[in-house]
Structures are given as structure tokens and as C-alpha cells.
Design a protein around this ligand. Structure first.
Ligand code: NAD
Ligand code: UDP
Length: 340
């Protein structure tokens, strides 16, 4: 089936395009390239043996662009909505940009989808919508809200908007996927994550330190109540995450209404676990120093993925070594990302 993939040139979107094509689907990508490079789609074509991936450069907030897309592709069956701004720290300093981009894109998209009778959407949500006072592991029924930054609130608010749309019109099918910590890259090393500037997230920081672009990793806090004092997270291989979207797209075809699923592995690793695993998997050194805790960080966060396993028939296949090996394969083959 034809699937509109907003944000499809980005990190998770490009990996999802590969998995969609390999499952026999046809992605059409809409992206304004504000945080990505269209070279990713050439690489997707290279991996999958396709000639080209249909691509429209445009802003999802712009309803005229969306009309053009749906007019040109009247056989789109569903939408996977990745497009969004995602840097937590930036969202604190530029809240308006985040609320405008992330909320308006979701609302414009749904308005236009409705006009063309396309009422199936998968939304990129995040574990950040869970309230910090939950017991671990996090279940889909765990408490949400009390977000610690505007980025998290945009995800929380988009979830609510989509939930209300599904409630108002029973023909809608809305799947909210709450991602834990996506890491790694396609095993070919052709596509991966290349953050602009200094990486905020742990894994790209580790890779860039290993390759010498950063002098050392700062480990944010070693006095948490965890097995080694450093923060524990549920890291998930991006290819597993991408396959979760294919499972959700199939599920959506005969499950109207709103559904929410965690996409995580259910296993938590600490910062130092990840550093050691990366060093051992790749035979490299990752120098680090212990730094103060980062504001807003939790000690521990990991998923209960049972509902995804039972209802989507999906579970993560890749382990920590795969994540570290594939992250390094991408980083070492593409030290400057998609820039030559
Ligand atoms: P990414 O920045 O690599 O991809 C997002 C893409 O959306 C980029 O290509 C960007 O150019 C595009 N985009 C942004 N605003 C747009 C707009 N208005 N119109 C058109 N294109 C637009 O990020 P990613 O890591 O691939 O994340 C994809 C989605 O998953 C995002 O919504 C993000 O918030 C969510 N998410 C990511 C993580 C993570 O750790 N990577 C975790 C949880 C949720
Ligand atoms: N982290 C760290 N140094 C960094 C980046 C992250 O110690 O340079 C830690 C962070 O405190 C958290 C874990 O790594 O415990 C994962 O952080 P990331 O930003 O990747 O994801 P999130 O905070 O969204 O879970």
C-alpha cells in the first residue's frame, strides 16, 4: 500500500522507508529538510534496489502542500507522521517554534487527510509523555503528563488532539507509538543519525567521541539510585523501531479508534553499560568524565513492551552489541553524516 511518510528523510523516517519497502509497501516522503539531507533517500533506494523514492520537499504545516500531495497520490492509504522538531534543550529556549511546528503540522495534516478520506495515522510519540513519578516498567496505562520541557508537551498535546479526532469520528484509526531511546543504524552503514552540532543524545555523543570529533563524553551524574549510579534507559535499535511502524500500519487496517503502544525492549542499560558495550563491540576507546546531573533527567526509564508483543505481534530482535556495532559502522563510514 501507499504510505505517506512525513519527516521521511530523517533518522527514524529513512529507516522506516527501508522496512516499508522491504515489506512490499510504497512510501511517499514529505519533508522540509529542516533537520535532514535528501541524500538519505538515495541511500534508501540503494539499500532496497528501488530506482527512486517519491519525495516532495515541503512543510507539513502548509495545507497547500498537503493538498498537492493528496491530489497527486489519491491512493495513499495511511500516514506515518514523523515530521517534528525534537531537541529537548532547544525546545526550552524556543518554545514557540516547537509548539507551532509540532502542533500545527499535526493539525494541518489531519485536516487535509480528513478531506481526502484518509483516516489512518501513526504518530511518533515518546516515552517523555510519561510522568516522572511512575513505577518502572512503564506500561501504556502508566500516568502521563507533568512533562519537563516544551518538546514533551508537544507530544502530549498531539496525542490528545489525535485521541479526540478518533473519538469524534469512528472511521479514524490513530496509533500513538511511544518510542524509548532509538539508537544504531541500518547494518549497511548507508543510513544513520547525524545530529547538527553537538549531540544531545548519548549514543551519537559516544560515536563522535570514539571517532575523535569530541574529546570526551560527559556522563551526567553517577549518584543515581541505579546499579552503577548512572542513568538507565531502554535503548532500542532503530531498525526494530522501524519494523514496529510496519506492524502498526498492518494493525491499523482493521483496528479503528485510538491505540497506544510502547516501542522499547524492556531492558534498561546505564550510561556506563553503554560506554563499555560500545568499546568492547568495536575495539575503540571512549574517554569520559563524570559531570553533574542534567536538569530534568530521571534515574531510570524503561518500557514494558508486552502490549506491543501481544497486539502488534512485534518485539525487538536486536541486542546491545548490534546497536553499538551498527552505530559505529555508520559513524566510521560517514564521519560527516551525509555531507561528502
Ligand atoms: P529527525 O529530525 O531526524 O527527523 C524529523 C524529520 O522531520 C526531519 O527530516 C525534519 O526535516 C522533518 N521536519 C520537521 N518539521 C517539519 C515540517 N514542519 N514539515 C516537514 N518536515 C519537517 O528526527 P527523528 O529522530 O527521525 O525523529 C522522528 C520523530 O520521532 C520526531 O517526531 C521525534 O520527535 C520523534 N521521536 C524521536 C526520538 C529520538 O530519540 N530520535 C524519540 C522519541 C520520539
Ligand atoms: N547522557 C550522558 N551524557 C550525554 C548525553 C546523555 O550522560 O552527553 C545520559 C543522560 O543523562 C541519560 C542517558 O544518557 O541518562 C540518555 O540520554 P539521552 O539524551 O540520549 O536520552 P533521554 O534523556 O531522552 O532518555
Amino acid at each position: 500500500m501507499k504510505v505517506l511518510v512525513t519527516g521521511g528523510t530523517g533518522y527514524i523516517g529513512s529507516h522506516t522507508c527501508v522496512e516499508l519497502i522491504e515489506a512490499g509497501h510504497e512510501p511517499i516522503v514529505l519533508d522540509n529538510l529542516c533537520n535532514s539531507n535528501p541524500e538519505s533517500l538515495h541511500r534508501v533506494a540503494q539499500i532496497t534496489g528501488c530506482d527512486t523514492i517519491p519525495f516532495i520537499e515541503g512543510d507539513v504545516c502548509d495545507e497547500n502542500v498537503l493538498h498537492e500531495v493528496f491530489r497527486k497520490h489519491p491512493d495513499i492509504k495511511c500516514v506515518i507522521h514523523f515530521a517534528g522538531l525534537k531537541a529537548v534543550g532547544e525546545s526550552v529556549s524556543m518554545p514557540l517554534q516547537y509548539y507551532r511546528n509540532n502542533l500545527l503540522s499535526t493539525m494541518s495534516l489531519c485536516r487535509v487527510m480528513q478531506q481526502y478520506g484518509v483516516k489512518k495515522i501513526i504518530f511518533s510519540s515518546s516515552a517523555t509523555v510519561y510522568s516522572g513519578d511512575n513505577e518502572m516498567p512503564l506500561r501504556e496505562s502508566s500516568k502521563t503528563g507533568n512533562c519537563t520541557n516544551p518538546y514533551g508537551w508537544t507530544k502530549y498535546m498531539c496525542e490528545q488532539i489525535l485521541r479526540d479526532i478518533a473519538k469524534a469520528d469512528p472511521e479514524w484509526s490513530v496509533v500513538l507509538l511511544r518510542y524509548f531511546n532509538p539508537v544504531g543504524a541500518h547494518k549497511s552503514g548507508l543510513i544513520g543519525e547525524h545530529p547538527n552540532g553537538i549531540p544531545n543524545n548519548l549514543m551519537p555523543f559516544i560515536s563522535q567521541t570514539a571517532i575523535g570529533k569530541r574529546e570526551k563524553l560527559s556522563v551526567f551524574g553517577n549518584d543515581y539510585d541505579t546499579h552503577d549510579g548512572t542513568g538507565v534507559r531502554d535503548y532500542i535499535h532503530v531498525v526494530d523501531l522501524a519494523r514496529g511502524h510496519v506492524a502498526a500500519a498492518n494493525y491499523m487496517m482493521d483496528h479503528p479508534g485510538e491505540s497506544v503502544f510502547n516501542l522499547g525492549t524492556g531492558t534498561g542499560y546505564s550510561v556506563l553499560d553503554m560506554v563499555t558495550a560500545f568499546e568492547q563491540a568495536n575495539g575503540v576507546n571512549v574517554p569520559y568524565v563524570i559531570a553533574p546531573r542534567r536538569d530534568g533527567d530521571l534515574a531510570t526509564c524503561y518500557a514494558d513492551p508486552a502490549k506491543s508483543r501481544q497486539e502488534l505481534g512485534w518485539e525487538a530482535q536486536f541486542n546491545q552489541v548490534d546497536m553499538c556495532r551498527d552505530a559505529w559502522n555508520w559513524q566510521s563510514k560517514n564521519p560527516n553524516g551525509y555531507d561528502a
